[in-house]
Structure formats: structure tokens, C-alpha cells
Design a protein around this ligand. Structure first.
Ligand code: TYD
Length: 202
């Protein structure tokens, strides 16, 4: 008698300040999972939908107020959860999301909004990830790694990132897999794949 293996879907969030290498790791982990026979969905926030496009545009045309910005990220996320994240996890896929609501805590928190309140608002609309990966990097190195053409005040930028990094550093729930982003990329991927193996993902 043969039977198909029914595999549980999983949601994996990748977080960290700009320049930490999230996108590279998402691609590498996706490859490892696919090689192991898993169906993988790779996605990111802000999304490419209307709210995400508006948020990206605001980065060059003038940022929204902190409250408007938070509302836009939550609206973007709610649509993402409903149209892609939940249905994909329910279908047994492994969903890798490049930034999730911990970025709202870290970035909109850095703009002065209450971090616990940001978490509550998000957890009302977005499921907790099965695994939270946080890539850690000194903001100085983050600034150096990101291409900042046209950025007039790198010091201000570093100061913002420092506040965001401090918020990421304080997150304990869910217990993050915290990895030093300056390690060789292979070592980072191996550590994430090992954590996914422990969760039964491959
Ligand atoms: P990023 O992942 O850097 O996208 P891209 O590489 O396409 O520019 O995200 C853009 C910025 O959005 C980044 O600086 C962090 C910010 N952000 C928030 O402020 N709050 C959020 O909730 C999310 C998801 C991102």
C-alpha cells in the first residue's frame, strides 16, 4: 500500500537591518528546500501590490508620517497574508518571507511608535512564523554594504538603523534564530537549514 507523505506547511520570516543579506539567504534556503523535494514560495514585504508600491514610492517622494506608514505596512501585510501566505502554508508549502511584521516593529518603532502596540496590531492580522531568522549586523557595516547613491546623510541613516537594530536585538518571542551576518554565507545557510530540519521541514 502506498501513501503520499502529507507535509505540514511552514512560514519562515527573515529579518535584519538593510545590508544583512536576507535576500541572498532566502534564495539559498529556497534552493536547499527544493532540492529536498519541498514546494517553496519565496516572497517579500513590502509586496509588489498597491500598498507595497505606494510605500516604495514614498521612500523617494517623501516619507509618510509614522502612523500613516504603519497603517500602509499593515494593509500591505494583511493582503499578503490573505492572498498568499495563509493559502500557501495551508497547501503544505514552505513560505520564505523576506521581511515580516518584525520589520514594522523595528522600523516604525525606530520612528517613535510603541513597539508592543505595533506587535499587537500585526498579530491581529498576521500569523506568527514557525521560524524567525534574524541576521545581525553592525549598522555601520549595513550602511557600507548597501548602495547609498543619492543618500545625503549617512550618519542619520546609521542612527536610524542603530535604533532598528536595537529593537531587533530585543525580540525574544518567537525565540529567534539569531545569526551573525558577517559569517560566510554557506555557514548561515547551513544553520538555517539545520533549524528547518529540526522543525521537520526537510
Ligand atoms: P527592503 O526589504 O529593503 O526592500 P528593497 O530591497 O526592495 O528596498 O525594504 C524596504 C524598506 O522598508 C526597508 O528599509 C525596511 C522598510 N520596512 C519598514 O519600515 N516596515 C516594514 O514593516 C517592512 C516590511 C519594511
Amino acid at each position: 500500500m502506498s501513501h503520499e507523505t502529507v507535509r505540514r506547511g511552514l512560514l519562515v520570516a527573515f529579518e535584519g537591518i538593510d545590508g544583512a543579506g536576507k535576500t541572498t539567504q532566502v534564495a539559498r534556503v529556497a534552493e536547499a528546500l527544493r532540492t529536498a523535494g519541498r514546494e517553496v514560495v519565496v516572497t517579500h514585504e513590502p509586496t509588489d501590490g498597491p500598498w507595497g508600491r505606494r510605500l516604495r514610492a514614498s521612500a523617494s517622494t517623501g516619507r509618510l508620517s509614522p502612523v500613516e506608514e504603519l497603517e500602509a505596512f499593515i494593509a500591505d501585510r494583511q493582503e499578503h497574508v490573505e492572498t498568499l501566505l495563509r493559502p500557501s502554508v495551508d497547501a503544505g508549502r514552505v513560505v520564505l518571507v523576506d521581511r515580516y511584521y518584525f520589520s514594522s516593529m523595528a522600523y516604525q518603532g525606530a520612528r517613535g511608535l510603541d513597539v508592543d502596540e505595533i506587535r499587537r496590531r500585526n498579530e491581529a492580522i498576521a500569523p506568527r512564523p514557525d521560524l524567525l531568522v534574524i541576521l545581525t549586523l553592525d549598522p555601520k557595516d549595513g550602511v557600507a554594504r548597501v548602495n547609498h547613491r543619492g543618500q545625503s546623510n549617512l550618519f542619520e541613516r546609521e542612527e536610524d538603523l542603530r535604533r532598528s537594530a536595537a529593537i531587533f536585538a530585543a525580540i525574544t518571542d518567537p525565540t529567534p534564530l539569531r545569526l551573525d551576518a558577517t559569517q560566510p554565507r554557506e555557514a548561515i545557510t547551513d544553520a538555517i537549514v539545520a533549524a528547518l530540519r529540526d522543525l521537520g521541514a526537510l
